[in-house]
Design a protein around this ligand. Structure first.
Ligand SMILES: *[C@@H]1O[C@H](CO)[C@@H](O)[C@H](O)[C@H]1NC(C)=O
Ligand SMILES: *[C@@H]1O[C@H](CO)[C@@H](O)[C@H](O)[C@H]1NC(C)=O
Ligand SMILES: *[C@@H]1O[C@H](CO)[C@@H](O)[C@H](O)[C@H]1NC(C)=O
Ligand SMILES: *[C@@H]1O[C@H](CO)[C@@H](O)[C@H](O)[C@H]1NC(C)=O
Ligand SMILES: *[C@@H]1O[C@H](CO)[C@@H](O)[C@H](O)[C@H]1NC(C)=O
Ligand SMILES: *[C@@H]1O[C@H](CO)[C@@H](O)[C@H](O)[C@H]1NC(C)=O
Ligand SMILES: *[C@@H]1O[C@H](CO)[C@@H](O)[C@H](O)[C@H]1NC(C)=O
Length: 534
């Protein structure tokens, strides 16, 4: 009896911890897809999808699964998909149809527009076979309705008392932001009462089962700042998966309440996003000092900058090229995101230089691009390749990034042994340069992994990057450290998966390898018990 009790509690322990942790996610690189817009099934009309039509274009979990090479070949080790749960199914609203997946109706069901439970499991299994992680978006703060007095029987929470009473959000008033309803009178977003203990228990069981059922490795949490931060601690513990929340805006003090024990593992790095725009957007203020301040503030005021989600675009923001047409502005900003602390996140289509404005024009179908191997795709591939390699070959991930200089034309940072030099001048050549003081000894040979040019650290440990061919970024690594990297003429080592993440999710053997210490304790207990009883 006692033995069975131990056995069952142990099995429960194994089961609740199969999803990936923050430490495992830290090494990942994420490609964000809107399920409806990533890839078409065979035979569909490739010219039919118009973002302004605000309706479904036909992408599914199967079409993501069938087109993972494009993502994996660029070096990504995880995907983030739009929400997977059932959406509003009534007449078309003034804001169109829920092609984006964020208009939750019954969270206990899957969104049949995107496929079946088997399809989602097949996507999850295929990602794991490739040693990639699955992050899904979840909407917890609210459901969707078309009035302020909806029929609650359609939702997971069926009682009016499980929602806050209707009130429109007054922005800047935190109580209102937490408890009032997002949306407007046309599309209301009834605010779930996340302070209610029974609601918390139902949500806890729901997320625990969802993560287990579909072998989800991580969650992106919509509108996280519209829920009291302490709700997330319990919710994420029940999920047993990495939680990255959306805390929109550049208020670092508010953001800091949403990362750490008792709340989320991570948030999307909006403070640095805003500063990247201020620094690199052309035309713009080239405010590299503001970027340095944001980088340092995030590092000191947030719990762990190395697991934040670094991005330049998403489904809520204008595409980078809508803000700033010059391609070098994008390349320089992108280097900052990949080579500083944090998990790089690239929104599908950025690699194809999409240029749509805000919602809905930033949700273009990807297929008209032809999934080409563009200059941006190649830059991303190179950055992922270096990052994946540095993670495997050094303590790069946990070495904090530091700003080493800001000048009127740029900013340079260092993380581990990688010095990245970025400029704000854009494509037109200029007779200017960036001098950077490094910790490398004089005469150290360095390789710029983006151009494969060699340079040598000059006197007094300085390096100089000049822009007579235009404002390109440089990513400088001591040449001796690139052996095995597959970069700039170095042949690649055979295994390329990140250190400590060779987790095989496809069967029981994976759990055994991942929970070795626990298993040893279990067998020790088991044999101890047998000895005791015999
Ligand atoms: C949405 O509702 C508001 C009233 O709350 C109205 O003024 C507005 O025109 C509506 N929007 C559309 C697109 O119909
Ligand atoms: C920004 O997006 C809008 C709407 O899609 C478009 O009309 C405009 O041309 C875009 N701007 C650039 C610079 O691409
Ligand atoms: C993209 O093009 C580059 C340069 O020609 C090449 O090295 C790389 O292998 C290509 N990537 C893919 C996925 O085809
Ligand atoms: C790459 O392979 C070489 C030779 O086998 C080995 O010395 C080196 O440590 C490897 N590097 C990594 C990062 O695995
Ligand atoms: C660039 O600037 C330097 C220093 O001001 C000057 O000596 C040099 O002639 C300039 N070169 C060109 C091509 O303008
Ligand atoms: C070397 O560079 C550092 C940083 O720019 C500076 O503080 C120092 O004075 C320099 N030393 C010499 C000898 O030039
Ligand atoms: C994962 O495990 C399964 C079953 O044990 C095996 O067939 C598969 O080859 C493994 N995949 C990797 C990448 O090791």
């Amino acid at each position: 009896m006692f033995f069975l009790l131990i056995l069952f509690s142990f099995l429960a322990f194994i089961h609740s911890t199969t999803a990936a942790t923050a430490a495992e996610w830290r090494s990942r690189s994420i490609y964000q897809v809107l399920t409806d817009r990533y890839a078409l099934p065979a035979g569909a009309d490739p010219s039919a999808c118009k973002p302004e039509a605000l309706t479904w274009c036909g992408g599914t979990w199967n079409t993501i699964r069938e087109n993972l090479d494009y993502i994996q070949n660029a070096g990504f080790t995880a995907i983030w998909t739009s929400p997977i749960n059932q959406n509003y199914e009534g007449p078309r609203t003034v804001y169109g149809d829920p092609y984006h997946g964020y208009w939750i109706q019954d969270a206990t069901q899957l969104n049949s527009r995107f496929g079946t439970a088997e399809d989602l499991k097949a996507l999850s299994a295929e990602l794991h076979r490739r040693d990639m992680y699955l992050m899904v978006d979840v909407v917890v703060n609210n459901v969707m309705a078309t009035s302020t007095n909806p029929d609650y029987s359609k939702y997971m929470f069926k009682d009016k008392s499980q929602y806050h009473p209707y009130c429109p959000v007054v922005w800047g008033d935190r109580q209102s932001e937490l408890n009032c309803w997002l949306g407007d009178q046309n599309v209301t977003l009834p605010d779930v009462n996340t302070q209610d203990a029974q609601v918390q228990a139902v949500y806890g069981n729901w997320i625990e089962n969802l993560v287990k059922e579909y072998s989800i490795d991580g969650l992106r949490i919509d509108a996280a700042k519209h829920v009291n931060s302490d709700f997330w601690g319990t919710f994420c513990a029940k999920a047993g998966a990495f939680c990255m929340g959306e805390v929109f805006g550049d208020d670092i003090t508010l953001a800091s309440q949403y990362q750490g024990p008792g709340t989320l593992d991570s948030i999307l790095n909006y403070p640095v996003y805003d500063a990247l725009v201020k620094a690199f957007k052309i035309p713009g203020n080239a405010d590299t000092a503001a970027l340095a301040r944001a980088h340092d503030a995030v590092k000191t005021q947030l719990k762990d900058a190395t697991v934040l989600g670094n991005f330049l675009e998403n489904h809520d923001l204008p595409r980078w090229h809508n803000l700033s047409v010059d391609p070098q502005s994008l390349y320089n900003a992108m280097v900052f995101n990949f080579m500083s602390d944090g998990i790089p996140v690239v929104y599908y289509g950025q690699e194809q230089s999409f240029s749509g404005a805000a919602d809905p024009m930033n949700r273009e179908p990807l297929w008209p691009s032809g999934y080409k191997n563009t200059t941006t795709y190649q830059l991303i591939t190179t950055l992922n390749k270096l990052r994946n390699f540095m993670i495997k070959s050094s303590d790069w991930l946990t070495s904090p990034s530091a700003v080493i200089s800001t000048t009127p034309v740029g900013i340079s940072i260092m993380k581990g042994n990688v010095v990245s030099v970025m400029t704000t001048i854009g494509s037109p050549p200029q007779n200017v340069s960036m001098g950077v003081y490094t910790p490398f000894p004089n005469n150290t040979p360095l390789t710029d992994i983006l151009s494969c040019k060699q340079l040598v650290v000059g006197s007094n440990r300085t390096i100089t990057v000049e822009y007579s061919l235009g404002g390109h970024p440089s990513v400088l690594v001591p040449s001796a450290l690139l052996t095995g990297s597959g970069l700039c003429g170095n042949s690649p080592n055979v295994s390329t998966s990140p250190r400590g993440n060779n987790v095989n999710h496809s069967g029981a053997s994976a759990m055994v390898s991942k929970h070795n210490p626990a298993l040893i304790i279990f067998f020790a207990l088991f044999f101890g018990l047998v000895t005791l009883l015999s």
